[in-house]
Design a protein around this ligand. Structure first.
Ligand code: SF4
Ligand code: SF4
Ligand code: SF4
Length: 350
């Protein structure tokens, strides 16, 4: 098994990237027009080579920076909900949390430590939405707010999401995270319908549209992630797995996803070694949620209606200017003086 190269703890991320000559924007792309076409028109897959990840968090930092303009700014006070048992989910005062998924943290580093074949392993796994090929979050969203795009990006439209959390309930990894006090529900039936907006990784769709790579892919100093057309990346994942005598996660999970992980340690062992729970997805075998006949029938029948509803909600939102999954907030917080994710390198985050 390959050894991980330790991060350089005394350098800031920017200085460190600069020292490697990797700090600038727009690195990597051979030709803007070719990249714009290939990154916007085809089903795209990301490949994570877990032998390379050192858990430095530069990708998390980059995601937060690149997507900060999409983060929710809730209106206070929150409307009292009916029934009162409907829970407020307010992450806006906990934006500093980086060791789990939240509406303000769409990517986090999960770590697994243990023994395999007599050798110690320390594997770091960047976790976020898997961008499923047949995503139940999009197929079953009653309002058409979640959708899968032609290039495989699955995203939630914050303009029309009502925060009912159906997407989270049906996602095998419970990825989308809710923020109360923001979105269309405030203008419709603030007490009775919805409870905010759901947020998750949108694969930097806006950067892709400009021919750029997702921020996390671009920022990694170790080249852990690669993004490209599905056939290329699946072939690369298999070649890498053969090379390291390793294992693939994401190719068949939930019927197939557009995020592949390759590891020298089997994923059932990693799954047993990681901390999973609210905002911390597991690595278990995930059966295809859309294989259920009732769900398939619902999706087939409802898709056109959802499209109409989504259009109406979008229009309503513009004209007006603008099964819930509860969880306990038991997440450890990043101390205010903890510095950057680089300084907090490995393990100390969780
Ligand atoms: S920046 Fe690269 S090496 Fe660092 S945690 Fe992210 S994927 Fe791993
Ligand atoms: S991982 Fe979950 S949220 Fe992401 S596309 Fe799949 S079902 Fe949807
Ligand atoms: S693809 Fe973009 S939104 Fe998704 S985790 Fe990476 S940086 Fe964040």
């Amino acid at each position: 098994m390959k050894k991980h190269t330790p991060c350089t703890p005394n350098l800031s991320r920017r200085r460190f990237l600069a020292s490697l000559g990797l700090g600038g924007l727009g690195l990597v792309l051979p030709s803007a027009s070719h990249a714009a076409k290939s990154l916007a028109d085809e089903e795209l897959v990301t490949l994570h080579d877990l032998t390379k990840c050192v858990g430095c968090g530069a990708c998390v930092d980059a995601c937060r920076e690149a997507n900060a303009h999409k983060f929710p700014e809730p209106v206070r006070p929150f409307p009292p909900m009916f029934p009162a048992s409907v829970k407020v989910e307010d992450w806006s005062t906990k934006r500093q949390i980086i060791d789990r998924l939240t509406p303000y943290n769409w990517l986090y580093i999960q770590s697994a430590h243990g023994q395999f074949q007599g050798q110690r392993f320390d594997i770091h796994i960047p976790r976020r939405c898997m961008h499923c090929q047949n995503p139940p979050c999009a197929n079953l969203c009653p309002w058409g707010a979640a959708a899968r795009e032609k290039n495989g990006v699955v995203r939630i439209d914050p303009e029309i999401c009502l925060g009912g959390a159906k997407c989270k309930t049906v996602c095998p990894w419970a990825i989308p995270m809710r923020q109360t006090g923001v979105g269309l529900y405030l203008k419709l039936m603030p007490r009775y319908g919805g409870n905010g907006v759901m947020y998750k990784c949108d694969r930097c769709y806006d950067r892709l549209a400009k021919g750029q790579k997702p921020a996390c892919v671009e920022a990694c100093p170790y080249g852990v992630q690669e993004i490209g057309p599905r056939s290329d990346i699946v072939a690369k994942a298999h070649a890498l797995a053969r090379n390291i005598d390793g294992y693939i996660y994401g190719e068949t999970e939930n019927g197939g996803t557009n995020s592949l992980y390759v590891s020298p340690v089997p994923f059932d062992i990693l799954d047993a070694a990681v901390t999973a729970g609210p905002g911390k997805p597991d690595l278990a075998k995930a059966p295809d949620k859309m294989a259920d006949e009732t769900r398939m029938a619902y999706a087939a029948l409802f898709a056109p209606v959802a499209g109409i509803i989504a259009g109406a909600l979008r229009l309503g939102s513009r004209l007006s200017g603008g099964d819930d999954a509860d969880e306990t907030d038991d997440t450890p917080k990043r101390p205010p003086d903890a510095g950057t994710p680089d300084d907090e390198h490995k393990g100390t985050w969780s």
